[in-house]
Design a protein around this ligand. Structure first.
Ligand SMILES: [Zn+2]
Length: 210
């Protein structure tokens, strides 16, 4: 069976399983428990447009997960079917940012490419943030600047509450117009962001500005 689960889809499944457990454990009403579990099962199926019978079988059964062990095993068993972010080399990254002299390259060997919706890293010395994502089937690089927020906030890419940085990207829509800057609060740690992001809509809307 081919790999068919994107990082965002995996995050939806994970979040439904955790949310279902949390909600079901605070009620003793069996009817409510059943409703919560059925809703989680339905939501997991909803994130896929099309599934073969084998794929359908693999993602079914969320509602019957009872123990922590079962929940962990369910997610582990999906691992071989998770799609990975495209393999990138340092040369690929330099090619995406040709104007940046001495581009700081992240430690690619330490990254789990199955757990990526986008590749994000910082050049802390320069307060620069780099994003690489797949847009219309092609790897695209966007760079911006960031300022760490003193307060926690909601990330506009993944909706997670945590440490964020105001991250700005710039574009120049037409020759006659000046630079326009777009800023959003985004997770400081892109690994955590990637573990929470559940769809690519907000990522594409933000990075698509340039
Ligand atoms: Zn985030």
């Amino acid at each position: 069976m081919e790999q068919f689960i994107s990082n965002e889809q995996f995050n939806v499944i994970k979040s439904q399983i955790i949310g279902m457990h949390r909600q079901a454990s605070v009620t003793s009403d069996e009817g409510v428990k059943t409703a919560v579990k059925e809703a989680a099962e339905a939501r997991v199926h909803d994130v896929f447009d099309e599934l073969t019978p084998e794929q359908e079988k693999l993602i079914s059964g969320v509602a019957s997960l009872e123990t922590e062990e079962e929940r962990t095993k369910f997610l582990m068993d999906l691992s071989p079917y998770r799609k990975a972010f495209p393999d990138v080399t340092p040369a690929d990254l330099r090619g995406l940012f040709p104007k940046v002299k001495k581009l700081q390259i992240p430690n690619l060997e330490a990254i789990d490419f199955k757990a990526l919706t986008y590749l994000g890293w910082k050049d802390i010395g320069q307060s620069k943030q780099y994003f690489v994502y797949v847009q219309n089937g092609e790897l695209t690089g966007v760079q911006g600047r960031y300022v760490i927020s003193a307060r926690k906030g909601i990330c506009s890419l993944c909706n997670r509450y945590g440490d964020v940085a105001m991250t700005s990207i710039q574009n120049k829509p037409k020759e006659s117009e000046g630079l326009r800057s777009y800023g959003q609060y985004i997770c400081y740690d892109s690994k955590e962001c990637n573990q929470a992001i559940q769809d690519t809509g907000q990522l594409e809307a933000f990075l698509g500005q340039v």
